[in-house]
Design a protein around this ligand. Structure first.
Ligand code: CAA
Length: 284
């Protein structure tokens, strides 16, 4: 594996990919972001610039440091633009087939010593790695939403991940200022294995206890010390993302609590995805 991480590639610059790219450029690492269109790439650059500017306004970042960070991000629409990266982190749509296709392609384009990481939250890293002929360099790096603010990154060892790739990913997590933890590739890894059924329980309680959305959120904030209520959190994560992840875990584990409650399936189907669509449990 590459001795030193000089350049990181991010594939997919949605909320998670942009957040991870922001962490990389803030950590002083040259970063290449790949989106399917130049417009989507520019949108991500603007988003990163916006959050860094807020830091400047609040006095936690110098204007020069912000400009240098933004300048470290280059954008591409071609996967070939990632050829000289030491680590590539995938953050595209949360579906197995497109991720497998991407990893098979990355394997042919990237340097043989590059680590290929997936930010998947509920799919199997082992199944993603299985489409490559070098699964020893494939690992999971699972960041939490919002990536720039949440301190955790799960470093996921797939069945055939090599020690060197796992340690490179761990070292990168530390360099990005995160608190990395190591785990094996099991459904939901560590946090989502616990958090997803817990959030599903919270939604079931809404109907069972006939508590209002506001009161349930107040209950978990003031009675359990959560930083935000479960309905606020579902709106942040995205109802569509949560339902999809719940279904993926239910498929694997067959535990009833993993299955998304009908109420949030209906919300997701109706386009009430939370903050990103302007409406979820709350209106934004
Ligand atoms: N990206 C970058 N910067 C951001 C950001 C983002 N998405 N969102 C906010 N910020 C910046 C903003 O500049 C903001 O300052 P301003 O509002 O002044 O501009 C600054 O961060 C601080 O934001 P907040 O004041 O909102 O911070 P807070 O103290 O209220 O904390 C929080 C926000 C960290 C999100 C906190 O509420 C929290 O910890 N919530 C729980 C989140 C959580 O549990 N996430 C895990 C979701 S599950 C998951 O991710 C797993 C999965 O696989 C789906």
């Amino acid at each position: 594996m590459a001795a030193e991480i000089r350049k990181v590639g991010i594939v997919g610059l949605g909320a998670m990919g942009s957040g991870i790219a922001q962490l990389c450029v803030e950590a002083g690492i040259d970063t290449v972001g790949r989106e399917v269109t130049a417009e989507l790439g520019e949108r991500s650059r603007d988003r990163i610039g916006h959050f860094l500017t807020r830091k400047v306004e609040k006095g936690t970042l110098a204007a020069g440091a912000r400009d240098a960070a933004v300048a470290r991000l280059t954008l591409t629409t071609e996967l070939a633009g990632l050829a000289d990266c030491d680590v590539v982190i995938e953050a595209i749509v949360e579906e197995l087939a497109p991720k497998q296709e991407l990893f098979a392609e990355l394997e042919t384009l990237c340097r043989p010593d590059a680590v290929l990481a997936t930010n998947t939250s509920a799919l199997s890293v082992t199944e993603i790695a299985a489409t490559t002929s070098t699964p020893e360099r494939v690992v999971g790096m699972h960041f939490f939403n919002p990536a720039p603010l949440m301190p955790l990154v799960e470093i996921v060892r797939a069945e055939l991940s090599g020690d060197a790739a796992v340690e490179t990913a761990y070292a990168l997590g530390e360099r990005l200022g995160k608190h990395p933890i190591r785990c094996h590739d099991t459904p939901g890894f560590v946090v989502n294995r616990v958090l997803i059924p817990l959030l599903n329980d919270c939604v079931r309680v809404l109907d069972e206890a006939r508590v209002t959305v506001d009161d349930l959120d107040a209950g978990m904030k003031h009675g359990a010390g959560w930083p935000m209520g479960p309905c606020e959190l579902l709106d942040l994560v995205g109802l569509d993302v949560h339902v999809h992840a719940s279904e993926a875990l239910y498929d694997k584990l067959r535990e009833p609590r993993m299955a998304p409650p009908p109420r949030i399936v209906a919300m997701a189907n109706a386009g009430l995805h939370g903050r990103k669509t302007g409406r979820g449990f709350y209106t934004y």
